[in-house]
Design a protein. Structure first.
Length: 274
């Protein structure tokens, strides 16, 4: 803070202060200040401590859970800072799929959301990539059955029927689009080492390009998972799919094939671990 010159200096020299005898009547400007009482000192000390506590609380020191998630309370009319909810984000990775989920209902939901993205992506149309995805998410007791089931689903006849070659690649000039976006999850059953989880999703599927006869369309569906805790992570025992729930379509104009292709190439997908 800048200092200011004293305001009691006279024009002809330093001021003269006269100290009056104690009990003179109190008219002197230099009257001795009374000593504060012990009670006043105590009150001031309490106020200082309360102010310090309020400052720390406003900085977030007393209003968040240990994992950084908001506890949901409010102070007065001020809203809490926005913070992620649920378990701490996972750091593991298996074949490009998030891994190492918490052994909890939230962990099971996060695992299912990530598995829905992996199983609903264009990687499933290539045999080598599909096998890697299934190996990464399937429980050891179910891996062989899941592999054979998906191999049958993604047969050569199926790939040809949707306009792809045997390796799941689109013809020149076209962009293959298959992307799943989870909209929400719910636990249908949780038993500690097992969990049934539903993932409500929207998705895009088709071939983008000026010569495409199978344009990219949007749909809504629900993917179901039976999960098992293998001692360190959630793995898939069974999976299924059903249509909907489907909201009413909006009135946005349909984009051209080129715009869709550019968007798919330019906007990367997400993983959904909390």
């Amino acid at each position: 803070m800048p200092t200011h010159p004293s305001s009691d200096t006279g024009e002809d020299g330093p001021p003269t202060r006269t100290r009056m005898p104690e009990g003179h009547g109190g008219h002197s400007t230099a009257t001795r200040r009374p000593k504060p009482s012990r009670a006043l000192v105590t009150v001031l000390g309490v106020v200082v401590v309360l102010v310090a506590v309020i400052v720390l609380a406003n900085r977030g020191g007393g209003n968040t859970a240990s994992d950084g998630a908001s506890t949901g309370g409010t102070r007065g009319t001020n809203a809490n800072p926005t913070a992620p909810t649920g378990e701490k984000p996972v750091t593991g990775n298996n074949a490009g799929i998030a891994a190492g989920f918490a052994k909890s209902e939230q962990g099971a939901q996060s695992a299912a959301a990530n598995f829905a993205v992996a199983l609903g992506g264009d990687g499933m149309f290539n045999t080598e990539r599909r096998h890697a995805i299934v190996d990464a998410i399937a429980d050891g007791s179910a891996a062989a059955k899941m592999q054979s089931g998906f191999d049958a689903d993604y047969s050569k006849a199926f790939l040809t029927g949707i306009g792809l070659n045997a390796d799941g690649v689109a013809p020149n000039g076209l962009t293959f689009v298959d992307r799943t976006i989870p909209a929400g999850t719910k636990v249908d059953q949780f038993g500690g080492d097992t969990a049934d989880v539903s993932v409500w999703c929207t998705g895009m599927f088709g071939l983008a390009g000026s010569t495409s006869t199978k344009p990219v369309t949007n749909n809504w569906f629900t993917v179901t998972f039976k999960l098992k805790w293998n001692g360190s992570d959630w793995k898939v025992l069974e999976t299924g799919q059903k249509k909907g729930p489907t909201p009413v379509s909006g009135d946005n104009p349909v984009s051209g094939a080129g715009e869709i292709a550019d968007a798919v190439k330019g906007f990367g997908g997400f993983t959904y671990a909390r």
